[in-house]
Design a binder for this molecule. Structure first.
Ligand code: IPE
Ligand code: IPE
Ligand code: MG
Length: 237
């Protein structure tokens, strides 16, 4: 394959619709969706991708979905972390969670803290899960923290300086954002970090997303010309 993205972020959408068309409850879609994550991580590693970020629950989902659904998702996440913590450590995967974690159930917070701590020294592959994450909240929080820091020279603030206040401070910007289920929007995900990300949309619902689809997305990424504000190569001739 030609050019491989360093950081791929997924908006794992369509679990509910996947279940509904099969006459199943929405949470069955979430359960099936969680099973896809493991396979996708393996494909990412195999293809030399170094960072994977998963949008698992937005701040809006947290506020606006039924208590049952939110609890189900929280439980699923906790089970996932507990089930795979050993494998993640063995495979030297550095784990992080981003979002307003303080609002999550305490058991999930503890599982996150434990795995974050036990994988903090790894650098081979980075898995980040966005939970109760919203880009607008992230910016408001960043500004609040920045203003509390008396050493900050606000007048000479650069993007590099501001970035340090984001949840993603230790992560490179995503090169490729993949959203499943046919929706073509970012839904408050990594709005600033995605300034120059390539976007890829597929109609496939997340529980049906697979290696073949992922490889198609990577291949498509390889054909994109990432100009980052410059003219294209031919124009420079
Ligand atoms: C994505 O699937 C998972 C979460 C947002 C938690 P959805 O639950 O949004 O599924 P649809 O979009 O209703 O099909
Ligand atoms: C975005 O999906 C959040 C996640 C996939 C976790 P939504 O299903 O919540 O997005 P909207 O509401 O369709 O924009
Ligand atoms: Mg959705």
């Amino acid at each position: 394959m030609s050019r491989i993205p360093v950081h791929v972020a997924f908006i794992m959408d369509g679990n509910g619709r996947w279940a509904q068309v099969r006459g199943l409850p929405r949470h069955e879609g979430h359960r099936r969706g969680a099973a896809v994550v493991k396979k996708i991580l393996r494909v990412a590693e195999k293809n030399g991708i170094k960072y994977v970020t998963l949008f698992a629950l937005s701040s809006e989902n947290f506020l606006r979905r039924s208590e049952f659904e939110v609890n189900f998702l929280m439980n699923l996440c906790e089970k996932f972390l507990k089930k795979y913590s050993k494998t993640l450590c063995e495979k030297e995967v550095r784990f992080r969670a981003i979002g307003n974690l303080s609002r999550l159930p305490i058991n999930l917070q503890l599982a996150i803290e434990k795995l974050t701590r036990s994988t903090a020294h790894f650098d081979r592959f980075h898995l980040t899960i966005a939970l109760n994450y919203g880009a607008r909240n992230e910016v408001i929080r960043a500004i609040g923290n920045l203003l509390q820091n008396k050493n900050v020279d606000v007048e000479n603030l650069t993007w590099k300086g501001f970035e340090q206040y984001l949840y993603t401070k230790d992560l490179p910007d995503p090169d490729l954002i993949i959203r499943t289920s046919g929706e073509q929007r970012l839904s408050n995900f990594l709005l600033l970090q995605s300034a120059y990300a390539e976007l890829y949309f597929t109609k496939t619902h997340w529980p049906d997303f697979n290696e073949k689809e992922f490889l198609l997305a990577i291949e498509d990424y390889g054909t994109r010309e990432r100009r980052m504000g410059k003219t294209n190569d031919k124009a420079n001739d």
